[in-house]
Write a protein that binds this ligand. Structure first.
Ligand SMILES: [Zn+2]
Length: 306
């Protein structure tokens, strides 16, 4: 496995890990707690086989029967098969968002052709890459995310630093404050202060939405997460989370926007609530190791065309 929990709450990545830290490593599935250990990268048989750094189970039998982390490759292969069939077909390619936001069984089953379940953000990203690779833009266009009773087109679901998507989301939330927003996949970029000051809230790079008369509305993103804040502070991450605005403050700020002078900005807090470590994954690849030139090229993060 490429990730593990340190002392049960801090997500650490094998590529960033050094043995010096100190603490108990356990399975990435925080419900599981199977003990893990770190395996450094190494070359075997002279220069024949390269093994990248990883976390390995001390005893695979210690994982829960429904652990989503240690059987991920098998699970994804099943999903790829279904996706392959769906790409060839003409109907929608459906991905059920089973992250525990929904109180459904986490176990994957494939109720009908073309529908797969995602248990983690890594699952989602790997499915999107696969769809893009094998079906191109046309297949991405047919991809929808199912969440409760909702079907969310991929181009709405994945808000990738896209100002127009933030604007649409904000408009919807203002127009319909009581509606329950579905989760979205965002790329969260922590601020420098978040990175450096581990006691600060987890703030994201502000999103500027230009308004008439040179005014601007600036969304201050903040991640709300009970404890899994390890890599979220230090890495840009893909996060599945539900957005939330404080209605009272936002209402006041919107009035303020009308009355401020031209060229002024009004700041509004936008919270993103995530519940567990399976709902985020670091977006940036670590710098390639000098000895890694012989291994397979690293997979690019999923990047849909604009
Ligand atoms: Zn496990």
């Amino acid at each position: 496995m490429k990730k593990a929990l340190l002392d049960g709450k801090k997500l650490v990545r094998a590529d960033d890990y050094t043995e010096a830290p100190k603490g108990e490593l356990s399975c990435e599935d925080e419900r599981c707690s199977a003990p893990m250990e770190f395996r450094k990268e190494y070359w075997a048989g002279g220069n024949v086989a390269h093994y990248s750094a990883a976390f390995v189970s001390k005893d695979v039998k210690e994982h829960r029967p429904d652990c989503w982390a240690h059987d991920a490759p098998k699970y994804r292969n099943q999903a790829y098969e279904s996706i392959g069939k769906a790409i060839v077909g003409a109907g929608p390619i459906e991905i059920n968002l089973n992250c525990e936001l929904v109180k459904e069984s986490l176990r994957g089953h494939f109720p009908r052709r073309g529908t797969v379940s995602a248990r983690t953000v890594d699952d989602l990203l790997s499915y999107f890459r696969r769809i893009e690779q094998d079906g191109g833009d046309a297949a991405l266009e047919r991809t929808v995310i199912k969440w409760r009773e909702m079907s969310i087109p991929l181009k709405e679901f994945f808000i990738d630093d896209n100002q127009d998507q933030y604007r649409d989301l904000f408009k919807r939330m203002i127009a319909n404050p009581k509606a329950h927003e579905p989760p979205y996949l965002i790329r969260f970029n922590p601020t420098k202060n978040t990175h450096e000051n581990k006691d600060s809230p987890i703030n994201g790079t502000p999103v500027k939405l230009p308004q008439p008369d040179g005014k601007s509305l600036i969304l201050l993103e903040k991640l709300v997460t009970p404890e899994f804040d390890g890599v979220l502070r230090t890495h840009n991450s893909y996060v599945v989370a539900i957005p939330r605005l404080n209605r009272e403050t936002t209402g006041r700020k919107m009035k303020e926007l009308e009355s401020v002078a031209n060229d002024q900005a009004v700041f509004i807090a936008l919270e993103w609530k995530i519940l567990g470590s399976y709902q985020f994954t670091p977006a940036e690849e670590p710098a390639p190791h000098p000895t890694q030139t012989k291994s397979a090229p690293r997979q690019k993060p999923f990047e849909p065309k604009p």
